[in-house]
Structures are given as C-alpha cells and as structure tokens.
Design a protein around this ligand. Structure first.
Ligand code: COA
Length: 247
C-alpha cells in the first residue's frame, strides 16, 4: 500500500489505498518509517517524495485502527509513532505532492517537508479536537512556529479546513500547481542533483536542534494515547464508523 521506486537519486513514496482515500494503516506507517530510516543510511537516495492519488493525498490515520489501538497497545510501540519519530529525525530532503484531501497527519506531516506542491483542489484539515484528540507529529510545536499561534489554533484546534490558497498564505505550501506530482518530482530531482553533503548540512542548519521536536512528538503521543479511550473520543470514532455502516 506504499508504492516505492527510486530514480535519479529520488525515492518516490506513493500512498496507495485509493478506495479508502489513502487512510493510513499500521502497515503503511511501518513501510513509510522503514523508507525514511533506510534513506538516512543510503547515499544513493538524495531526496524523497511523498504523494498520493488524484483526489486523495490521505484521509489521515485509519479510524478503524484508532479504535483497535485504544487502551490495548503501548502507543510508543505503534507504527504510527515510529513514523512520526522518523519524520522528526529525518535527514533526507523530503518533498510532497498534494491533491485532494490532506486530513490529520496528512496535514501535519507536511510541516516536516522541505517543499510542498499542492493542486488548487487540495483541502487541508486537522479535526483532532473534534475527534477528542490532540495535534500530533510535532505539529503543536511546528504549527505555531510556521504560521503563528492564531492561525495554528484555527487549523489545529478549531479544525477549520484550509484551502490550497490559505495553506499557501500560511506557509504550509510552497506552490499551487495544476500537476503537483510533476512539480514535486522536478523539484526532488533538482534537490538530488545538488552537492549532497552541502545539501545535508544546509538542511540540518535550517532545521536546527531537533531534540525539542522529538520531545514534543513523544509528549503529544502520550496525551494522544490517553485520549484514545476518552468517552468523547470513542463516541466520535463510533459516529464515523456508524455513518459508514449506514451509508
Ligand atoms: N479511516 C478509515 N476510513 C476512511 C478514512 C479514515 N481516516 N478516510 C476515508 N475513509 C474511507 C471511508 O470510510 C470510505 O470507505 P467505504 O467506501 O468503505 O465507506 C472511503 O474511505 C471513501 O471515503 P468517503 O468518506 O466516502 O469519501 P468522501 O470524499 O465523501 O470524504 C473524507 C473523504 C476524507 C473527507 C472523509 O472520508 C473523512 O472525513 N474521513 C475521516 C477523516 C478523519 O477524520 N481522519 C482522522 C484524522 S485524525
């Protein structure tokens, strides 16, 4: 469910579960985490590109998986947390192409990307609070740093949808383009063609010390795990599943 290919120093990671709007399962997080971790050790991979399908970057974490985690597993050991740690520690330039929905982690993972290309049809939304949850992926730290507290609050706490234009205005998206896959791939190739050591060192300088980010990922995950069993959260998940069942 993650299609992977490498060409000209660029590894493409395509989320490939279109019938479920690319909702992310444990297996998909594991594959993504593995790809990020491996690339850091592989000189041949100079840039990674993450993308989805027409109409769906991702519908976010699979809600059925959330229900199966709740109260039964140590959140710290889940594939999703492994993926979020890998994002926070990532050393390889990461470019994203977004078309359609980018929900939950589909929005917050973009805060870890170096370049983001989105189609005019993209929609960014983080309904964490509506689901009884809290922001994750370090977004409670990266969001306010990127766009200021007020706009981060609107996105991450109010759960208001951001259009491609709004995402561009707040700095989540670099460019709005008709063909984000093509634009992201061209950019990834441009990155891969640059002197790799200078690129790696420069990127590291821009990102600065990642320890606070790594700490925030853990802090968010601990609160998130507690929230998974909260009555208001269970009710929100069940409402989604019931809506599905009766649709
Ligand atoms: N988890 C599980 N299944 C999901 C999903 C998710 N996060 N997102 C989408 N799907 C499934 C739908 O249940 C549906 O499955 P079905 O065909 O078996 O019923 C299928 O993907 C298509 O989604 P649908 O809702 O019919 O498409 P849409 O275009 O009307 O809406 C979304 C797309 C993404 C806006 C909508 O599915 C949605 O709100 N999903 C939940 C998003 C969410 O809250 N994610 C968690 C964030 S923390």
């Amino acid at each position: 469910m993650i299609m992977q290919s490498v060409q000209d120093g660029v590894q493409i990671l395509r989320l490939d579960r279109p019938e479920k709007k690319n909702a992310l399962t444990g297996a998909m997080y594991s594959a993504l985490a593995e790809a990020l971790e491996t690339a850091n050790q592989d000189d041949e991979i100079r840039c990674q590109m993450i993308c989805g399908h027409e109409g769906a970057f991702t519908g976010g974490n699979d809600i059925g998986d959330f229900l199966s985690y709740a109260g039964k597993v140590e959140m710290a050991d889940t594939p999703v947390v492994r993926f979020l740690r890998a994002l926070a520690r990532n050393e390889t330039p990461l470019v994203a192409a977004v078309d359609g929905v980018a929900i939950g982690v589909g929005t917050t993972l973009l805060m870890h990307c170096d370049m983001v290309f989105a189609s005019p049809n993209s929609l960014f939304r983080s309904p964490f609070v509506d689901l009884g949850l809290v922001p994750e992926a370090g977004s409670s730290l990266l969001g306010p740093a990127l766009m200021g507290h007020a706009r981060a609050f609107e996105l991450l706490c109010l759960g208001r949808p951001f259009s491609a234009q709004r995402a561009y205005e707040v700095g989540l998206v670099n460019e709005i383009v008709e063909d984000p896959d093509a634009a992201a791939l061209a950019c990834a190739r441009e990155i891969a063609a640059k002197p790799p050591e200078a690129m790696r060192l420069s990127r590291r300088l821009l990102r600065g010390d990642t320890k606070p980010l790594e700490d925030r990922v853990e802090q968010e995950a601990a609160i998130f795990a507690e929230r998974l069993t909260a009555p208001e959260t269970v009710a929100a998940f069940q409402a989604f599943m019931t809506k599905k069942a009766s649709a």
